[in-house]
Design a protein around this ligand. Sequence first.
Ligand code: ZN
Length: 442
Amino acid sequence: MIRNKWKDLIAAAEDRIAAAAEEMSTWLWSHPEISDQEFGASRYLAEKAAEKGFRVTIPFAGLETAFLAEFTIGGEGFAESAAAPAAPAADHAAPAVTAPGAHIPTAAFLAEYDALPGYGDLSPDGSGNGHACGHNWIAAAAFAAAVSLKETLEELEAELPGLRGRVLLIGTPSEETWGGKIKMSEDGVFRALGIDAAFESHLSGAKGFCLENYMLACTDIIYTFHGKASHASAHPENGINALDAVNLTYAGISCLRQHLRPASKMHGIIVKGGQACNIVPDHTVMQFYARAAKRDYLETVIEKMNNCARGAALMTGCTVDIERNRYTFADMRNNGPLMQSMQESMEAFGITDFRKDDINTAVTGDIGNISYEVPSLYAIFSTAETGNGADIHEAGYLKVTDSDYAHGLLHTAAKSMAASALEIVTDEGVRNAVRAAFEADA
Ligand SMILES: [Zn+2]
């Protein structure tokens, strides 16, 4: 448990940045940009971090709308040597940055800032986009946590000679679509940064605050069947029916459900089912999502689904092309000691209403991929007390993500994350326990 005096330093630092953080959350909310388009948001955040004394790299890790903000105390910063990391030449190119020298205890705060499309007149800038998932809030909370930790470390330097620590604010784009963190994880970015713990908070309309979150590993697959067209009445015997192949694939996958581990999910649509009723369909397309509790088991699920498609092709005489999404979302590996530290921090700042997550209603998020790279924490802050029952992605949630209530939670999230991050940076025992739990879960 963090010492009271340090907790007070964190709280005072967050209080100083509170108004700016609320302004930031509202600015991002008012300028909603969807995945891969977050140019304004990423530059705005990078500029604000630079104003607060962070060394900023943008673009970062080969992504135009990602950024890295770094502050190091008691050691050499590494951004000097990587001010403009080259874009990876290939999908698995070498990490964009490498921390030199001896390890410096490092805490990272993850900022998302992509909005969602399709909110029509409710969109604050007329673009149709809106922050119905509260990523404006995520970015502002991460920013406030980073600044609070930085300023607290600066204050503690006098009383803790030899204090060494690193604070990172990492802008991770495109969470709502293909998952920017997946590519960054696959490229080794988070490991290369030497992160001891990564923190992110998210809003939810569900009742209760949650630390042990489930996320399902997930990817999507497109099956394209090729058959042979013929007149459906005059000469059906000359046709090869690609819609039958879709039908049999769908039936096969439906039969699979009973025989998969719990929490495995497969859900799909027929994208193209044929052209006309009097022509035997010769070209059909279906898309399926596959999800599983663990990313290893997801591979088993996908292989069984692919066999359904292959079997359907054999039965009908079609050929099938199987095209899997380049990116696979991983499940979330929760870290016991890190959750313990965060729970104590949240309790210290007044949160008592904790709930257990339910894997049956779990979704998917790209922080799962980071949790396989470095110890990661994902805290859910509940807005159930406000918003008339609205939850994330609903039009009614747009009001919640820029409300006074959300601003209040923003400060609690920032203080709690900063307090636990301070523990990670200054307490070798906690750091080692977090690392040991991470290694044990590998
Ligand atoms: Zn979200």
